[in-house]
Design a protein around this ligand. Structure first.
Ligand code: NAG
Ligand code: NAG
Ligand code: NAG
Ligand code: NAG
Ligand code: NAG
Ligand code: NAG
Ligand code: NAG
Ligand code: NAG
Ligand code: NAG
Ligand code: ZN
Length: 463
């Protein structure tokens, strides 16, 4: 039997950080302290304290010690809170078109699941042609294996490769402007336990951002419709969840293009925000993203947070490489770090596996609620309405679509230049996997795990 050190979850973790004598830190004391422990009081000298406590739990939470890799599925999936019909109009998205009819949607009309889409299809050829005027930076494709397997690229500051050193550009969203405001997100779904998360969020009247994988949208379109109609933000997380810097320009175009298309086919709107899987983005990926009207969103990291990556590690409980109490410890560190930065923050969490959903609904979100953190979808924490999450409803005058990377406009080719695809780097991803039509969940998880393994060693595990 695995000997897990069962942390005292309810232990009080108090951070009384004083970033500087002059900076003012809001006072957020915790929930009623558990079992007689007390939060550190604000004593009037110096900045008020911020007490971080994970004491509050959902009364229906399954015990922390039972959220393990080999989770017995005792907690069953629960039905979607609602079922959305064609023609319904979302109330929270001003100007949104009615939901389309999805009865005619056939997965056979989309690329194979969990695999970078082929680039020779008519759809992808058309998207490539639409971008033929752009000249993307001549930055080489990376090998799988992250920083240790790409030593030159890892050292090259000109490509601003997030994976090696957490470099980001001013055109990436990595924080929320208002201190102690949490731009909430869940990645990698829609998945079997997404309804459990949705039910909890709806009960608590919480809204979040879902970075969805195209392969899973075509597998669970009803889930996506409920997420969208419940007032959550929907954003792109690629078609296959491969690390984008390992893909050619054409493959990246295919990843973004199919993701936008499947979401538009299911919802009637297409997102203008995207998160690169594993945070794996460089200036080549950024330029393609901008050319396709997508603004990158990473989680708080790098120079935004003294190089602390606001990654809970929740994804790795399933793999057995971190315990649920370890994830809560990470989350405590994240909240403590949130008190010493001068902005709000964005945290990496997932709804792909049961474990991370149990942890979020049972422990993490109840604790954050008890601390009165302001929890919002990422577009709204940027002081924008939910309608600015989608191309069709975006207020283009106040929220112009991206036109460049970090202040540098996208380069365009002279009009005479033809040939469509400007492929930088060489070859394909080299990571083709068998296009099996096996069980969606198993396949997704298998691929994700292998891609995750490929990146391990580069830095703190993330996806
Ligand atoms: C706190 O008290 C409850 C019951 O009142 C108990 O179940 C729980 O284990 C206690 N937690 C700690 C950390 O002592
Ligand atoms: C949180 O907000 C509620 C309602 O406004 C208030 O009663 C409670 O005291 C607040 N708790 C903390 C820790 O600030
Ligand atoms: C107030 O708290 C700070 C830090 O927690 C401590 O350094 C200081 O001595 C305390 N002041 C008083 C008057 O208790
Ligand atoms: C791109 O860079 C490679 C070396 O990294 C070079 O061999 C190639 O000529 C460059 N291509 C263009 C179009 O500049
Ligand atoms: C490192 O890159 C080489 C190709 O240069 C590749 O064959 C190998 O699989 C990569 N290693 C990992 C761990 O991905
Ligand atoms: C963060 O990491 C970068 C790149 O590794 C380094 O240059 C910088 O000094 C670090 N900053 C802090 C505050 O540690
Ligand atoms: C989370 O905690 C584990 C140890 O339990 C650590 O290995 C990992 O780096 C942490 N993750 C982050 C993002 O800090
Ligand atoms: C920030 O998080 C790191 C670990 O990720 C931790 O070592 C550090 O103590 C935290 N900072 C604060 C102010 O709590
Ligand atoms: C914003 O621009 C896009 C494309 O350029 C357009 O489709 C959309 O209708 C515009 N938004 C509004 C609210 O008009
Ligand atoms: Zn992901």
């Amino acid at each position: 039997m695995r000997s897990l050190v069962v942390a005292v979850v309810a232990a009080l973790l108090v951070a009384a950080q004083s970033p500087s004598p002059t900076s003012s830190v809001s006072s957020i004391s915790g929930a009623p302290p558990p079992n007689g422990t007390a939060t550190a009081p604000t004593n009037g000298s110096g900045p008020p304290t911020f007490a971080v406590t994970l004491a509050s739990t959902n009364p229906t939470a399954i015990p922390l010690a039972s959220i393990v890799a080999t989770l017995p599925v005792t907690a069953t999936t629960i039905p979607l809170p609602t079922s959305e019909t064609a023609g319904a109009v979302p109330t929270g998205v001003a100007g949104a078109p009615p939901l389309p009819n999805i009865l005619g949607i056939n997965p056979k009309d989309y690329p194979p699941l969990d695999h970078p889409p082929p680039t020779d299809s008519p759809e992808v050829q058309q998207w490539i042609a639409q971008l033929s005027n752009f000249e993307f930076p001549n930055i080489s494709v990376t090998q799988t294996g992250g920083c240790p397997n790409n030593t030159d690229a890892a050292k090259d500051p000109t490509r601003c490769w997030w994976t090696c050193g957490q470099c980001f550009q001013s055109t990436d969203i990595v924080t929320c402007p208002d201190k102690l405001t949490w731009g909430s997100s869940f990645d990698d779904g829609p998945a079997p336990y997404t309804p459990n998360l949705l039910n909890y969020l709806n009960q608590q009247n919480l809204k979040t951002t879902f970075f969805v994988v195209g392969s899973r949208v075509i597998s669970r379109p009803d889930y996506l419709r409920t997420q969208y109609m419940s007032g959550h933000q929907i954003a792109v997380h690629t078609w296959s969840h491969f690390p984008l810097t390992t893909l050619t320009n054409e493959q990246i175009i295919a990843e973004f293009g199919w993701s936008k298309k499947v979401i538009k086919d299911v919802l009637g709107v297409q997102p203008i925000y995207m998160r690169p899987p594993f945070g794996d983005i460089d200036d080549r990926v950024r330029a393609i993203s901008a050319a396709m009207g997508l603004t990158p969103v990473i989680w708080t990291s790098g120079k935004a947070s003294n190089n602390v990556s606001f990654d809970t590690g929740d994804f790795n409980i399933d793999a057995g490489t971190i315990s649920s109490s370890g994830v809560l410890k990470n989350f405590t560190n994240i909240l403590r770090n949130a008190t010493v930065i001068n902005s709000g923050f964005i945290v990496l969490e997932h709804d792909l596996f049961q474990q991370s959903v149990e942890l979020a609904t049972g422990y993490v979100l109840p604790a954050a609620l008890a601390m009165n953190l302001s929890i919002q979808p990422i577009v709204q924490c940027q002081h924008m309405p939910l309608s600015n999450a989608y191309l069709e409803t975006n207020d283009n005058s106040t929220n112009p679509l991206p036109t460049g990377v970090g202040g540098t406009p996208l380069a365009t080719k002279p009009p005479s230049s033809t040939g469509g695809s400007s492929s930088s780097g060489s070859g394909g991803s080299g990571s083709n996997t068998k296009g099996s039509n096996g069980d969606v969940k198993t396949l997704s998880i298998g691929i994700l795990s292998s891609m995750l393994a490929a990146l391990i060693g580069s830095l703190a595990v993330c996806c």
